[in-house]
Ligand binder design. Structure first.
Ligand SMILES: C/C(=C\C[C@@]12O[C@]1(C)C(=O)c1ccccc1C2=O)CCC[C@H](C)CCC[C@H](C)CCCC(C)C
Length: 172
């Protein structure tokens, strides 16, 4: 086993990169939730990420698509308990990535990759809504898309790392 890998087959850099990405994702999601709730209580509230008319995050967060991806309310009501802000999903997602990331099993690695692909699909969907429906540039949103792509790359790397361990084990 090369020295850049711990005995588990997971690259050493991975733990640090995963921690940084999940931490940033959690901070951005909690901030998005804070802005959304503040804006809902006070329409005059101006967030730090409201930089201009078309560069406004609170406008995006409180839009139709800011809760349940704008999809949940098709099936339930707008005020349903299931229609949670996207940022709540984000918090669950990054906590999951951080927690599952500590488990070194091929099943955990599989779940990491699957949930990561779902988040990338969600990011592409939200990016299209952001650009073409809302016509807005939201710094917090775009940062989370970048984090989600980087997490997918990290998760794919882990899976090939674990597969390499299995193949090597068979040969030895
Ligand atoms: C702050 C954040 C995303 C930003 C934002 O969603 C916000 C807040 C929003 O209101 C919005 C409105 C209109 C257009 C774009 C946007 C967004 O951009 C975090 C989600 C990140 C990510 C897209 C979560 C994906 C979670 C998956 C559904 C994974 C599910 C896996 C489960 C097992 C937990």
């Amino acid at each position: 086993m090369s020295s850049s890998h711990s005995s588990t087959g997971v690259p050493k850099w991975e733990y640090l990169v995963r921690f940084v990405l999940c931490f940033l994702g959690l901070v951005l999601s909690v901030y998005a939730l804070h802005v959304e709730l503040s804006r809902e209580n006070d329409p005059e509230y101006r967030a730090m990420c409201d930089l201009g008319h078309s560069v406004s995050c609170s406008k995006v967060f409180t839009s139709r698509w800011g809760r349940g991806f704008g999809l949940v309310q098709i099936f339930t009501s707008k005020d349903s308990l299931l229609n949670q802000p996207n940022s709540v999903l984000g918090i669950i997602f990054y906590a999951l990535q951080l927690g599952l990331g500590q488990l070194v099993s091929s099943r955990a690695a599989f779940l990491l990759v699957i949930s990561s692909w779902v988040s990338v699909a969600g990011s592409v969907y939200l990016a299209v809504i952001l650009a073409f429906v809302l016509g807005d540039f939201c710094v917090v949103c775009v940062s989370t898309y970048v984090i989600n792509f980087a997490l997918l790359y990290t998760n794919l790397k882990r899976r090939t790392g674990l597969e390499g361990r299995v193949k090597k084990g068979k040969r030895e």
